[in-house]
Design a protein around this ligand. Structure first.
Ligand SMILES: *[C@@H]1O[C@H](CO)[C@@H](O)[C@H](O)[C@H]1NC(C)=O
Ligand SMILES: *[C@@H]1O[C@H](CO)[C@@H](O)[C@H](O)[C@H]1NC(C)=O
Ligand SMILES: *[C@@H]1O[C@H](CO)[C@@H](O)[C@H](O)[C@H]1NC(C)=O
Ligand SMILES: *[C@@H]1O[C@H](CO)[C@@H](O)[C@H](O)[C@H]1NC(C)=O
Length: 273
């Protein structure tokens, strides 16, 4: 009888753990957005940042995938941001892209890069002129310099050059081609001055994104589209679990009601002990 009792307790704890864990993956909230394109190796490009298939790919100065252990070009190393980690429009209302992320610890249960590196998020914009538009971004980088709000710094070529000269080093052009420090280039014509592989993502800012200034968004974690993970080569181990949890609302409801049934049965059997 005692053994039964402990088994019931163990089962109950396990069920709570499962419920808590899926709640942890499926977080959402309000966020601010900024822009960046500093040409530095993305922070999620290092091994061990999270449980994933491989880190975010970084590139050599001639835009070829490089060793994950190569140091960042922003600190004397040879690894830079690959040119194809830029945004593109799927249609008038949806775009895909990459971002430097910060999520407040209350949502991640204290996790930092281990919680967000290579996770994907849907951003539903909540300020004009972007209301009604959404982006799905993969977290390839980290935006630690604001830690009081959820933040997505969108990777947009020429969007905001904060590095000293990494872009100049990577592309062999004047750093000024990438625009002003803190704000980037200022018009679609300026995009023509960028290296060719970066122009489409630069123009996206003035076209689909309507050169929005710090738009706000509601965000939620989503399973990464294959189009994004094909570019970074990074898939989080827990995306599979998230896919299982979100594949259908009905299966979630039935899991919840069977959990309730088991808990009720346990309570009844404890009373009968
Ligand atoms: C550029 O990046 C800096 C540093 O993260 C940030 O403070 C600033 O708001 C950014 N500017 C834009 C236009 O996103
Ligand atoms: C835009 O693309 C998204 C994602 O593929 C799709 O769900 C949505 O229906 C499309 N919207 C329009 C207006 O085509
Ligand atoms: C860009 O501007 C910021 C804020 O004024 C400053 O802290 C930073 O040193 C500047 N970076 C460069 C490369 O000029
Ligand atoms: C995840 O959260 C969203 C909104 O916060 C909700 O609509 C969805 O049903 C949740 N899914 C799971 C599996 O909890």
């Amino acid at each position: 009888m005692t053994l039964h009792y402990f088994r019931h307790i163990a089962l109950t704890l396990e069920l709570f753990a499962v419920v808590a864990q899926s709640a942890n993956l499926n977080y959402s909230g309000e966020a601010i957005t900024t822009r960046f394109w500093d040409c530095c190796k993305p922070s999620c490009g290092w091994a061990g940042k999270a449980q994933f298939s491989s880190p975010v790919v970084s590139c050599t100065a001639d835009d070829k995938p490089t060793d994950f252990s190569a140091g960042t070009g922003c600190n004397g190393g040879s690894a830079f941001q690959c040119s194809n980690q830029q945004p593109w429009a799927i249609n008038d209302t949806v775009s895909y892209g990459f971002a430097g992320v910060y999520i407040i610890p209350e949502l991640t249960h204290g996790g930092i890069e281990d919680a967000w590196c290579c996770a994907c998020y849907q951003l539903d914009f909540t300020s004009e002129p972007l209301i009604g538009k959404s982006m799905i971004v993969q977290a390839s980088n980290t935006a630690y310099d604001i830690s009081t709000a959820n933040r997505f710094s969108l990777a947009i070529p020429g969007g905001n050059t904060t590095s000293q000269n990494a872009c100049a080093q990577q592309y062999g052009v004047a750093q000024s081609v990438f625009g002003d420090n803190m704000s980037g280039v200022s018009s679609t014509d300026d995009c023509l001055k960028l290296p060719e592989d970066l122009r489409a993502g630069c123009r996206w800012r003035f076209d689909w994104f309507q050169d929005a200034s710090f738009p706000s968004a509601n965000f939620r974690r989503v399973v990464c589209p294959a189009e994004l993970t094909a570019i970074t080569t990074c898939i989080r181990n827990d995306d599979k679990q998230l896919a299982g949890k979100t594949s259908s609302a009905r299966s979630l409801t039935s899991t919840t009601s069977s959990t309730m049934a088991v808990i009720t049965a346990i309570l009844l059997s404890i009373i009968s002990i």
